[in-house]
Design a protein around this ligand. Sequence first.
Ligand code: ZN
Ligand code: ZN
Length: 370
Amino acid sequence: MTSTTTQSHPVPAPSTRERIERTRAAIAENGWSGLVVLDGADIRWLTGLSSSNAAVVVTPDRIVVATDFRYVAEAAARGLEVAKIEQSMWQDLGRVAGELAGGGALAYPPSGLTHRAFLQFTDSLPDNVTLRAVDGVVQRLRVIKDADEIARIRRAADLLEGAYDLVANLGLAGRTEADVAWSIERHLREAGATALSFESIVAGGGNGAFPHHTPGSDTIATDTLVTVDIGCVVDGYCSDCTRTFAVGSPSSDLLAIYDLTLRAQQASLAAVQPGAAGRDIDAIARDMIAEGGHGEHFGHGLGHGVGMQVHEAPRLARTSDDVLAPGMIVTVEPGIYVPGLGGVRIEDLVVVTADGHDVLTNYTKDLVHA
Ligand code: ZN
Ligand code: ZN
């Protein structure tokens, strides 16, 4: 990367200008001289640029994208000041970030670079710059979605309803989990999704006890439950939803954990509103499941934020310090996983509104026989 830039101080598009200013406010609040941004979703949110190899340096009066030849023209077209990487990303970045910061405390995300990259980065950093290791600066700004982002996530969520209709119509008994997963993927792509948010989870029978089971060649038997956790990407934004289906006549034990999971899901979902603490909402579902005798069978957090990434801040979990605010989008997804018996998970995606929440995943939560 050269330290001379291709243009002098171009003006970014209006949609990203406010985001850059919010980032600068965080920089000023912390007294930093600059911030290095490495996460691809953070960079996309901040600049509009999608790149597999870019870093952004934000200072109180400059924003520079360091990237290689493949992305230089696109970054410049977005009105960004560009530093082209000529040799080593990390050495060049250290030099340019140091120059832009001009001394003082430069914040960087320690989880965004390998130890080797860190050594190269610091090697070329001027002596008058000290580093501050801080993760999640931009991600914390991304938790509040604007109307356009909410609309994209809503479209991604809408597509999932059609996929569940397809599951119910095609049926599950006698099919392999992998076949069910493929039919869902094909449907979502044909309906307009550009990608899946994650590999679909189809977990039948005993596999339902594994929360993140990979669909395989197992044939789905009858008289059981099947967990189907899916999500897709529309215009760069993810959705995420889980429904558990019945095949034949599941045992009373399975029906009981379905009923308990559903009640815990509905009660915790009802608590999603501005000002509610992530750990308190988690506790509502966790306490109900524990009282029902399945405390040890619910080992993951209740929910997570969804946006450009399918797992992002905030978290609804025992260890969360997050407090909900309007514009946040979170999942509410309790589950009960009983080894040898099977499992249930029910997950909705919801946006926090000024006075409560709006559910984006509207497929029925009554137990559907597929
Ligand atoms: Zn999910
Ligand atoms: Zn989820």
